[in-house]
Design a binder for this molecule. Structure first.
Ligand code: SAM
Length: 232
């Protein structure tokens, strides 16, 4: 890949906040899912979670502006599975909830490993999610409507987290805290999208990207990439 692209992806990797995430509980409108993913990318979130009964989540390309390829979406069959995994990662799990006993979202310390649970468009957060969460948070409302759009609410909270993390120096790193395999995946898929697509189709492992931003693969890997797969 060219030097500029390589430098840009490396800079993005260094700013990724490995311990900040969002979990969408049955958020089902594609434009909302895509808008959440787009905001996640903008604040440097590398992985978001979704409770979704089927594996495939529908997103809307125009609302995500390409951010889908940079943000990994991990789906879970139940909220219990999702929260279990997040707690294994030592995250504080914050449920967004429109209730009197929820705390103002600006009172939270987002420099701690944090997951924000967002609820379904119509029905909101489930009772099960509320029971599993560590705290409930709310964005104060002073108008006539009861709630905000889910992606708007998510953006407000994520940018408060971004503000706190920026003040704490979390966006000043020049090295990435993501694990090496994940950095390599993003460098290959972002730097060589056509090769990545072919490698995926052929079931080939991704090669390493070297310090110059080049594909470091042996001749047999290239030969398999170029083969048509047809028998002669
Ligand atoms: C349209 S709201 C759902 C409204 C639903 N009737 C309820 O009572 O929760 C969809 C989601 O957006 C988020 N949300 C919207 N407004 C919010 C607010 N003022 N504070 C916190 N979260 C909010 C929550 O995640 C909520 O579950």
């Amino acid at each position: 890949m060219n030097d500029q692209r390589f430098a840009r992806i490396q800079a993005m990797l260094a700013l990724r906040q490995h311990d900040l995430t969002v979990c969408m509980e049955q958020v089902h409108k594609p434009h909302n899912v895509s808008a959440v993913i787009r905001t996640a990318d903008a604040v440097g979130i590398h992985e978001v979670h979704a409770v979704w009964p089927s594996q495939r989540m529908r997103t809307q390309a125009s609302a995500s502006a390409g951010s889908n390829s940079w943000v990994k979406v991990v789906t879970h069959p139940t909220i219990g599975d999702a929260v279990k995994r997040l707690k294994q990662q030592k995250m504080q799990v914050l449920a967004t909830h429109l209730s009197d006993d929820a705390v103002d979202f600006r009172e939270i310390d987002y420099t701690l490993p944090t997951c924000i649970l967002m609820g379904q468009e119509k029905t909101g957060i489930t009772a099960e999610a509320l029971a599993l969460a560590d705290r409930k948070i709310v964005i104060p409302m002073a108008g006539m409507v009861q709630s905000l759009n889910v992606s708007v609410a998510c953006a407000l909270i994520l940018y408060e987290a971004q503000r706190q993390r920026q003040n704490a120096g979390f966006y000043l790193r020049d090295y990435s805290l993501l694990d090496d395999d994940e950095q390599q995946r993003l460098l290959f898929e972002g730097g060589f999208p056509v090769l990545a697509r072919v490698a995926k189709q052929k079931g080939l492992p991704y090669p390493r990207i070297n310090a110059q931003g080049e594909v470091d693969a042996d001749p047999s890997w290239w030969a398999t990439m170029q083969s048509t797969g047809k028998k002669r």
